[in-house]
Design a protein around this ligand. Sequence first.
Ligand SMILES: [Zn+2]
Length: 202
Amino acid sequence: MSTKTPLREDAFKIDDNSKIELIEKHFGEIMNILGLDMNDDSLKDTPRRVAKMFINETFKGLNPANKPNITLFDNKYNYKQMVIEKDVSFYSNCEHHFVPFYGKAHIGYISSGKVVGLSKLNRIVDYYSKRPQVQERLTIQIANEIMEALQTEDVAVVMEAKHLCVSSRGIKDDTSLTTTSALFGKFLDADTRSEFIKLIGK
Ligand SMILES: [Zn+2]
C-alpha cells in the first residue's frame, strides 16, 4: 500500500464552491433514490449541509491548501530526551464505508535540535484524519509529516481507534479497538521503544 492518499492529478482543478454545489446535487439524488421526500422541511437542506461539511470539515485534509504551517523553535535548553504527546483525539472516516473511525493518537519524538509547538502535533493529526482513510496509512502519514517537520527520523506514532464500520454494522463488534503503530529511527531500539510504550501507558 502506498503511503499517499490516492488522489487524481486534477483533484483541485475545480474550486471548493463548485465542489459543494456538485456534492449537494448528487447527495440529494441519493436521498431521493432512497425514497425520501426532499420537500420535507427537515430534509430539504440536508444535501447542502452535507456538501459543506464534506468540503469544509470532514474531508478538508484532502486539500494541501489546508495543511498546517509548522513553526519550529530552537531547542535552547538542549533537551535531548523523548517528548511525548499522548491521547490526541482524532476523528476520521473509513474510506471503504465512509463511516467514522475515531480514537486517540500517541506521538513521541526525540529532538534533533528543533522543537515544535505541541498543538502543531494535534494539527498534523487532524489534517491527515480529515480524509477518507485507512488507519494504517493515517498512522504512517502522520509519522512522515512529523519526521519532515522536525527534521528527525526519531518519531513514533501509535493510534487506537474504534471503527463504526465494525461496531455498528457487519460483524457488530462494539468492544474491539484497532491499534496501529509507526516507529522510526531510535524508536526501533528496544530500550527507546519500551520507554515510549511505558510513557504512553500501554
Ligand atoms: Zn470500513
